[in-house]
Design a protein around this ligand. Sequence first.
Ligand code: NDP
Ligand code: NDP
Length: 314
Amino acid sequence: MSNRITQLFDIKYPVIQAGMIWCSGWELASAVSNAGGLGMIGSGSMYPETLRDHIQKCKKATNKPFAVNVPLLYPDIDKHIEIIISEGVKIVFTSAGNPKTWTSMLKSKGIVVVHVIANSKFAKKAEDAGVDAIVAEGFEAGGHNGREETTTLCLIPIIRKTVKIPVIAAGGIGTGRGMLAAMALGADGVQIGSRFVASNESSASLQFKNKVINSVEGDTKLMLKQLTPVRLLKNKFFEEVQAAEANGASVEELASLLGKGRSKKGMFEGDLDEGELEIGQVSALIREIKPAKEIIDEIIDEYKKGKEELINGF
Ligand code: NDP
Ligand code: NDP
């Protein structure tokens, strides 16, 4: 498999593991990179020295390329960027913010920059800012999400027409057939999050992983659109948010209900009632916790078989 994405990152398969707060530390990132994909450390949940620790451990655990995801609304972002540069990280995925702020500085240090978007306006803005590729993330995705609710099926062909740079599809992809569909729509690669939450190497709590593999379709919903839209797995905290939104809660009331550290409580510490559980719609297809290498091998195998079937079927 060789295309613009495998060449850009110098990887075997165009499969990127999403940076996910509390779930993707060095163990998952290095396991995915060692298996031929692009592993990514999710820095949003890490204090600066934790990020440094994870980058150093990742460098020891793999000699393959890996990336760091930086949500641009992170409070100590200057320190994160400083650490990324001083530790010699070669690939950075920015999200949740303006791509103009950091792209040229990172690129001047020789870093490959990718930005995550959910509509064509921001895709164009990211391309104009000089990023090397974009992740186009559809409505199905877990965690933070666009407000427009454009599904991956519609978003990818729109973004394909909007930009010339490589497009990585995200949202709703967790299998080889999902990857094949995204590539058929015009993507050059796929970014997968939820499937890797339920991997042995993910730093999510076992309680959260088990909740993910027991979920069915309809168990997630995009909430808190007035605040920061986020797809959540239904639980007690979800019900409280739903009731507050139905009662016309103000932005301030919703922010106070969310409070601080809810995602750590749910995803990292395993409090399935009070915590915030972020996962994508594709969780309904995930039935087993597995090593990251098995997940990648299965995806690639299913992708190849599915492609053969399609070619032979027509
Ligand atoms: P790690 O590299 O796993 O963790 C180092 C520090 O990073 C820990 O302090 C931990 O936070 C924090 N951390 C781990 N994953 C994330 C993440 N995705 N986002 C934000 N912060 C993260 O180092 P060690 O292997 O040395 O582990 C340290 C201890 O933490 C061990 O006892 C290990 O078992 C435990 N651990 C448990 C996990 C789990 O049960 N899911 C996951 C990771 C580590 P914190 O200080 O809050 O624990
Ligand atoms: P909260 O404000 O509710 O809590 C902050 C959490 O981040 C705490 O658990 C805290 O750990 C930890 N943290 C790590 N570094 C810092 C720091 N420098 N200052 C304060 N807290 C820090 O935020 P969330 O848990 O909802 O989100 C955390 C981050 O992840 C945000 O930057 C958010 O934008 C980003 N995010 C990104 C997503 C994505 O890219 N898909 C999805 C969701 C969130 P502790 O409890 O140990 O103090």
